[in-house]
Write a protein that binds this ligand. Structure first.
Ligand SMILES: [Ca+2]
Length: 381
């Protein structure tokens, strides 16, 4: 009985752990985009478009569950009531032809129901992840040297652990080639976010970055939690609101107030930090949403447990009705990189801007493949 309770409890607890790597002195790293960075498959992005449905369903009101909130509140977590809501993004950013594309894969809007669950108020911080690493001896993907068996044909000199670091050019560049601002840096990892000489001193309350999906799973298991599904993540991010562009409403800066850590200036050359932060911010520096969750837009990407397919929402819409507790498609598929199996990540990052990415729009999606496949691509370049 106790085991069942524990299992049940684990299933209700959702950890928020980030995908990406960050910037402190104008140099940032970013684990999540390693795949497209290394494979140079970005030219295929245009093929990601999915057919627009003839009749899109409008975002309808959220109907939260009214069951009582569990009395025992886990530390650092808030109860997300669950319920029925409209999932997806009707309002594509005005960057349809640029970068990561807009919200075509987040349509059509469809109705979804999720059960209630606990969710971390903030992203997992460096000090929290350090406790996990110390207690378990866990070595993250970026810290491990790839093997020749994993990457047959790769030159031995390329089999070096590392990750991708944001390296902005010193001059304006077209936004159709992200290889111009991402670099693979040997020795970059969550302990050394920008390069082997960088460290976490003074960054204890910053979200941990350079965490690959298997690393996120390992942390979640150790902490007695799990990653949220994509549907749970979006229900939580919307904070009970419906048909809103951002987790807080429709206005990006209500009354002139910055609500998330995003990018100001000319992307990717200049990050002015007008919102208070050039690069990554510590957790919980911006207002929480109505559920008490911080940084559900901007700052750093967050992993979900769903496989990525650009047509998944279409599949659900065709099935009709209200999809209950969806856990993503059975298989992953990204037409731009069909050999890679990608997971969905959400929320955007400190590098998102209306010039590029704009994934702080609450219903939009992004994806990343498994780290080993990412590294394979590196050595193929
Ligand atoms: Ca910022």
């Amino acid at each position: 009985m106790q085991a069942l309770v524990r299992r049940h409890s684990t299933l209700k607890r959702s950890v928020r752990i980030v995908v990406a790597l960050a910037a402190v002195t104008g140099v940032a790293a970013f684990g999540v985009f390693r795949s497209s960075f290394f494979s140079r498959a970005h030219k295929a992005e245009a093929s990601q478009r999915v057919t627009e449905p003839a009749e899109a369903v409008a975002l309808a009101p959220t109907i939260p569950n009214t069951t009582a909130v569990p009395t025992s509140s886990p530390d650092g977590m808030v109860w997300i009531p669950g319920g029925e809501f409209s999932m997806g993004a009707m309002d594509p950013p005005a960057i349809e032809q640029v970068g990561m594309h807009a919200a075509a894969d987040a349509r059509p809007i469809h109705r979804v129901y999720v059960d209630g669950f606990w969710m971390d108020k903030t992203d997992v911080t460096n000090e929290e992840f350090a406790r996990f690493a110390k207690a378990t001896g866990y070595v993250t993907t970026a810290e491990r040297k790839p093997t020749a068996e994993e990457f047959p044909g790769a030159p031995p000199e390329n089999l070096v652990a590392g990750s991708v670091v944001f390296s902005p050019p010193d001059h304006p560049v077209p936004l159709n080639n992200h290889f111009q601002w991402w670099s693979y840096v040997k020795g970059a990892s969550w302990r050394h976010p920008e390069d082997p000489h960088s460290n976490l001193k003074g960054r204890e309350k910053f979200p941990v970055v350079q965490v690959a999906y298997p690393d996120a799973l390992a942390y979640a298991k150790w902490s007695g939690k799990r990653l949220p599904t994509e549907a749970e993540w979006e229900f939580a991010a919307r904070g009970g609101l419906a048909a809103k562009r951002y987790p807080w409403g429709d206005e990006f800066q209500p009354n002139g107030k910055w609500m998330a850590n995003t990018h100001q200036g000319d992307f990717p050359v200049t990050d002015t930090g007008a919102d208070g932060y050039a690069g990554i911010a510590p957790v919980a520096e911006f207002p929480p949403n109505r559920y008490g969750l911080y940084d559900m837009a901007g700052n750093v990407w967050q992993w979900t447990s769903d496989w990525y397919r650009p047509d998944y929402y279409q599949q659900l819409a065709v099935a009709g009705g209200v999809t209950r507790n969806p856990r993503g498609p059975d298989t992953a598929y990204d037409p731009a990189e069909p050999k890679e199996k990608k997971k969905v990540h959400r929320g955007g990052s400190f590098l998102c801007t209306d010039q590029y990415c704009a994934r702080y729009v609450v219903g939009t999606r992004a994806k990343a493949s498994s780290p080993r496949l990412l590294i394979i691509s590196v050595f193929a370049v």
